[in-house]
Design a protein around this ligand. Structure first.
Ligand code: ZN
Length: 400
């Protein structure tokens, strides 16, 4: 039976699983009820299963019937601290938690791929590692799973790694999009405390006023970004908080601010990590005042390998037709901890449109919105695409 038809047969079971996950979302690295549902859905499949120690991950290895290498398929499983207002009849029953980024679809789609590949394993040229990952939303669950050995789960080096991410808007339902190179931005956080010496507002020369120094740093950052970064390899620094002082005639001890820092290449990312703290400290020092700087590197840029991207686009075109597969011109401004997997293993991350039929994709609520709606009908496509990618990549490796 053709892959896509068999995937369609699994669709009702995948929808049931997805909706059960959607109604019962969990946050962060500890997702015990989600883990339980995944284990129940995988029950009976010929998989070697390992559970996470420091997080509720599930790593499942399928051994192919023919010899060959190994590939990894990843699905993240965590929800967001958002109270759902989408109006769907399977909406979250947990106040303050919602699958607003569609990770419930990623989980169910990966279960679908595990089922399909298990059925077809006699023809499989090697092994597949299924990475069910908690804590994508700011908890770096990917690195935690890497530390616990997910990349070595097959007992041999991985040839490639793939992940899908659904989109509630932008792409029409069922469409697939990706690009070679950077697919999501790096995301860091800059925190600054300018430490002066408090005093009377009438006598600034006897104090050390942190406010004008902090203001100068904020504007200098914007100037620095325009002078130090290639227009076609930009950086974005947005100061989102700024706090100082209590009243008009008191010079405060400190002024503090925080910024989000985004970049789209390793080069730009390295320049920010090295240059921003130096700029902040240098301006403070010029005023004879001290600045404490914390630069937290969160997620690096997610970089798709050209060959793996070409294979992924070709596979999607063969499955779904030329007109529903799009090579995106730009990276997304979001960020992803799958970046840490792609730093070690060549691979690709693909976007899959999950907007409901008839939705105006240009204006539909986006991922992370309490109003976001992700349509189930895309589940069979996710499962078929991941399955075909694993099969083709393993066959390619065996032929090489
Ligand atoms: Zn997400």
């Amino acid at each position: 039976m053709p892959l896509i038809e068999r995937a369609q047969e699994l669709q009702p079971a995948l929808v049931r699983l997805r909706r059960a996950l959607h109604q019962d979302p969990e946050l962060g690295l500890d997702l015990p009820r989600t883990q339980e549902k995944v284990l129940a859905a995988l029950d009976g499949l010929p998989l070697e299963i390992t559970l996470g120690k420091g997080l509720s991950s599930v790593t499942a290895v399928l051994r192919g019937g023919r010899s060959g290498g190994a590939v990894l398929l990843r699905g993240d499983m965590d929800a967001l601290p958002v109270t759902e207002r989408s109006g769907v009849d399977y909406a979250s029953r947990v106040p303050g938690a919602m699958h607003a980024c569609g990770h419930d679809l990623h989980t169910a789609g990966l279960v679908g791929a595990a089922t399909l590949l298990s059925e077809r394993r006699e023809q499989l040229h090697g092994d597949v590692v299924f990475m069910f990952q908690p804590g994508e939303e700011g908890h770096n669950g990917a690195s935690a799973m890497i530390e616990e050995g997910v990349l070595d789960a097959a007992g041999k080096p991985l040839d490639a790694a793939y992940a899908l991410h659904v989109a509630a808007n932008t792409l029409p339902g069922g469409w697939v999009a990706t690009r070679p190179g950077t697919v999501t931005s790096a995301s860091d956080q800059l925190s600054v405390t300018v430490r002066g010496k408090g005093g009377h507002g009438s006598t600034p020369y006897s104090a050390k006023d942190p406010i004008p120094v902090a203001c100068e740093i904020v504007t200098a950052i914007q100037t620095w970004v325009t002078r130090r970064f290639d227009l076609f390899d930009p950086a974005v620094v947005t100061v989102g908080t700024f706090h100082a002082g209590t009243t008009q005639n008191v010079i405060p001890e400190t002024a503090t601010f925080k910024a989000t820092v985004r970049s789209y290449s390793e080069t730009a990312h390295e320049r920010l990590i090295e240059g921003l703290p130096r700029l902040v400290r240098g301006i403070a020092e010029a005023h004879g005042i001290e600045a404490e700087v914390t630069y937290d590197v969160m997620y690096p840029v997610t970089v798709n390998a050209p060959d793996e991207t070409a294979l992924a686009l070709e596979t999607a075109r063969d499955l779904f037709g030329e007109d529903q597969v799009w090579q995106a011109p730009n990276a997304s401004n979001g960020s992803e901890d799958f970046a840490f997997v792609l730093r070690r293993v060549p691979g690709a991350m693909l976007m899959v449109g999950a907007a409901p039929e008839g939705a105006d994709v240009a204006h539909a609520p986006m991922n992370h919105s309490p109003l976001a709606v992700f349509d189930d009908t895309v589940l069979a496509r996710q499962a078929a695409l991941l399955t075909a990618l694993a099969e083709r990549r393993l066959a390619q490796g065996a032929a090489a």
